[in-house]
Ligand binder design. Structure first.
Ligand SMILES: Nc1ncnc2c1ncn2[C@@H]1O[C@H](COP(=O)(O)OP(=O)(O)OP(=O)(O)O)[C@@H](O)[C@H]1O
Length: 799
């Protein structure tokens, strides 16, 4: 029976707001529903509130839903809505909100707690048409979008303090339709193409996972529990969210189940298709870290193209790989910024949301079976965050398994997760369907008393904060007994007690059931299952290809360095000052020769000093990137190492040539082509040897402070032992000069200039120079080998 035509706004207390148009309502128990809802609202266990406002002559109903109890859970949202709408129709006869308050005496608390100030809609517009459209009850996913669209078009804002809508626009507020839903957010409209390609389904299970770390103290070491017996599972097609307060262990758990931690203090079982972690999983896992690890000087397109070329298998051509990168750019909506540099602390680049999407793109480019993300939405506005979570949803829908940590999602985000793990101080407080989390906590006596985003409510609980949350009778008893330790100032149980209660409740009611569920074998045939296990690593491309891609990437990354006017000016100005000071020096007399020897020693020191200090930064600065990329077996370390060290060589050649072109001729050094080129060659050898030392120190210590301290001591020692300052070095320390590249360079430079002038200069004997050349070449390779071995022993996740 059609009672009325009414448009109303449905709001769940998690701030999801939906507009509905309903005109055909029938319900035989309207008064009961009304009374029930209002009474329930006053009781903590309640879930629905109806208000009717007669404002500006319009019939307006707000329905707020604060979660479901167990019976509510069984009902669908649309069923609840039909009930609510029916109640709304009944309310039409009620004069005002005050009269509702009088029904149960709860009006005061109702207005105080929720303070919905004004909600309005015109019955003539929303429901007046009597068309079939008006009887349609929209599904929740699109309706939330509809409201945001509707709210902007109607110019009202929504918050927990209510809506505000200019009175003159109330009657103009138009009902929304399907066309109103923005394309980019509407679920399912934006299906990724490549993500739909079939991948190996991976079922992830983890049972009783514990993780401890050793904290080093001044006097003794202490063991700290980071995770305590966490159990959970996630299947292909699902998004599992890890939630909890800061420091609760989300990242640690994500790293553990993502195969990124391999320490002896880990216990429990983690399986992928019922098999343990194996190295070949690296190429099937995408892992988006909390910090965006990207090269700031590459553009979005370059970043994704290099990732595609390195990660994708050789079965694809270069063009296909580049096309895949473009597909990812398109799928992630990065077309507009594809030629923008990523940027960093000192260079303005893409926005935070775009950078996060590039990070995600970097990982999904391989079409991974398992995708892990650490706080992919932190620092983003709610719309961008929603886009990212919607994207995760799409990825999961394509058959991937997605696990993400999330800090404080909005209610819209929260509803996009399939499963939820709630952690509190490393303990499991809840594992199960995200949609059932509120019911579970209501079931154990913790219900929100006011409008609350479920995520906020859950985080409050995990923090042990029961403000605006009903206190379970068990805890109330403890407080009433007068246990001082259990009570806080406001008469609420202490956070520690709340957490203890939540952990125990989960252990007693759910944990065992969930563990039993995990014992059920996964529904895959053995052959498919075993594909997660293979004895050998799988590289995307061959060694030579990896080398050439990394060389080209390194070259592009540092192109700004190569043509940095600052560096060129620095070198040229030093050269000019030297040239002026030693202007046309004459080596034919003893004083002039002594002066020139001083210049040659300075050249040996100058080109020994700078390369050490620039090379020191190489590996510590790239450590995060290297660890991230090596953790996914993107390339071999040897290919990276060689590419990284050789891609710097062009600059290392250009600058000393410029320098010598100025100094050599201004200072009037030996005018012969051979001498000039031998001088360049000597300086070049010195640079490459010194770089090797810098690389070795950086790679061994991986800490810039310690590395620069060690380097300054070493360089100073080598300089002092270089043969210019001290002539008579005590025998027991004289060996040190043979380690000094300054000494060998100086000796070679003297030889090139004066081999025909004198048998020894400044106490340094001029000989064939072979020893010096061999010593420098040995340093070039020896220091690099040391650097390489140091990098090898560097831990990468899951290696
Ligand atoms: N290797 C470690 N050594 C010492 N403490 C550690 C180590 N790893 C983790 N912790 C500690 O374990 C706790 C959990 O850390 P984790 O990073 O997993 O928390 P989180 O929930 O991800 O926090 P956030 O949301 O702030 O990122 C923290 O107290 C952290 O200090």
């Amino acid at each position: 029976m059609c009672h009325t035509s009414i448009q109303y706004i449905y709001c769940d207390l998690y701030s999801v707001v939906h507009l509905y148009s309903v005109d055909c309502l029938s319900h035989s128990k309207l008064p009961e529903i009304l009374h029930g809802k209002l009474l329930n609202f006053i009781c903590p266990s309640l879930h629905c509130l109806l208000l009717k406002l007669s404002l500006f002559g319009k019939n307006v109903v707000v329905i707020m839903e604060s979660g479901n109890d167990s019976s509510g859970l069984a009902r669908t949202k649309s069923e609840q809505l039909v009930e609510s709408a029916a109640a709304a129709a009944a309310l039409k006869s009620q004069p005002s909100i005050d009269s509702i308050g009088k029904v149960d005496g709860g009006g005061t608390s109702l207005t105080r707690k929720s303070s919905w100030r004004m909600v309005a809609a015109s019955p003539s517009r929303g429901g007046g048409g009597g068309s079939s459209r008006n009887t349609h009850i929209r599904k929740t996913s699109s309706s939330s979008v509809a409201l945001s669209r509707a709210s902007s078009s109607m110019d009202f804002s929504f918050s927990f303090t209510g809506f505000t809508l200019p009175a003159d626009e109330i009657s103009d507020s138009k009902p929304f339709s399907d066309e109103d839903i923005p394309e980019d957010i509407e679920a399912g409209n934006h299906k990724p193409k490549f993500q739909a390609e079939p991948t190996l389904p991976i079922y992830l299970k983890f049972t009783d996972v514990s993780y401890k770390v050793m904290i080093k103290g001044m006097t003794k070491n202490e063991e700290k529990d980071i995770l305590k017996g966490i159990t959970g599972a996630v299947n292909p097609g699902e998004v599992l969210a890890l939630m909890g307060p800061s420091g609760s262990g989300k990242t640690s758990l994500l790293n553990l189940i993502g195969g990124r931690l391999s320490q002896p203090r880990i216990s429990g079982s983690i399986t992928y298709n019922d098999l343990p972690y194996s190295k070949c999983l690296k190429s099937k896992i995408g892992f988006v870290t909390q910090d965006d690890i990207l090269s700031p000087h590459l553009t979005v397109k370059e970043t994704l193209t290099y990732a595609a070329r390195l990660k994708l298998p050789n079965t694809l051509t270069r063009e296909q790989k580049e096309k895949r990168a473009l597909d990812v750019i398109y799928e992630l909506g990065l077309e507009r910024c594809q030629d923008t540099m990523i940027g960093g602390s000192f260079i303005r680049g893409v926005s935070g949301g775009e950078r996060k999407r590039v990070c995600v793109g970097n990982e999904i480019i391989i079409n991974p079976s398992l995708l892990f993300l650490d706080e992919p939405t932190s620092g983003l506005d709610s719309t961008t965050a929603l886009k990212i979570v919607q994207m995760l949803h799409d990825i999961a829908e394509a058959g991937k398994t997605v696990v993400t940590t999330i800090h404080q999602p909005s209610s819209r985000l929260f509803h996009k997760f399939d499963k939820l793990i709630l952690l509190g101080k490393g303990s499991l407080l809840y594992f199960g369907k995200a949609s059932e989390a509120m019911d579970y906590f209501q079931h154990i006596g913790c219900s929100p008393l006011i409008a609350m985003n479920p995520a906020e409510f859950l985080l409050d609980l995990a923090n042990g904060n029961l403000n605006d949350v009903s206190v379970p009778s068990e805890l109330e008893d403890k407080v009433q007994i007068g246990n001082a330790q259990a009570e806080t100032r406001n008469g609420k149980p202490s956070p520690a007690l709340v957490q203890e209660y939540l952990v125990e409740s989960y252990e007693n009611r759910v944990a065992e059931i969930e563990k039993k569920k995990l014992l059920v074998p996964i529904p895959l045939d053995e052959e498919l299952k075993s594909k997660v296990h293979c004895p050998k690593r799988q590289w995307g491309t061959s060694w030579s290809e990896q080398y050439s891609i990394l060389f080209s990437r390194g070259f592009k990354e540092r192109r700004h360095d190569y043509f940095s006017w600052l560096r060129i000016t620095q070198v040229l100005s030093t050269a000019i000052i030297l040239g002026l000071l030693w202007w046309q020096s004459d080596a034919n007399n003893m004083k002039g020769l002594q002066d020139q020897a001083g210049l040659l020693f300075f050249i040996a020191v100058f080109w020994g000093f700078f390369p050490v200090f620039t090379a020191i930064f190489t590996f510590p600065q790239e450590r995060a990137m290297l660890t991230k990329e090596r953790a996914t077996d993107m390339y071999r370390l040897s290919a990276y190492f060689l590419a990284r060290t050789t891609s710097d060589l062009p600059l290392d050649l250009v600058l000393p040539v410029l320098f010598l072109l100025v100094v050599y001729f201004m200072a009037g050094l030996r005018l012969s082509v051979g001498s000039f080129f031998l001088t360049i060659l000597t300086v070049f050898l010195c640079i490459v040897a010194a770089q090797g030392l810098g690389l070795a120190i950086g790679a061994t210590l991986m800490d810039l402070k310690r590395a620069t301290t060690l380097a300054s001591v070493t360089v100073m020692t080598f300089m002092l032992a270089g043969g210019f300052f001290v002539k008579r070095v005590p025998i027991f320390i004289s060996w040190i000069r043979y380690l000094s590249f300054n000494y060998h360079t100086y000796k070679l430079l003297l030889k090139v200039q004066y081999e025909q002038v004198a048998p020894s200069i400044n106490g340094i004997r001029i000989d064939s120079g072979l020893t010096e050349v061999v010593a420098l070449i040995a340093m070039v390779f020896g220091y690099r080998l040391l650097a390489y071995l140091s990098l090898r022993r560097m831990k990468v996740g899951g290696a």
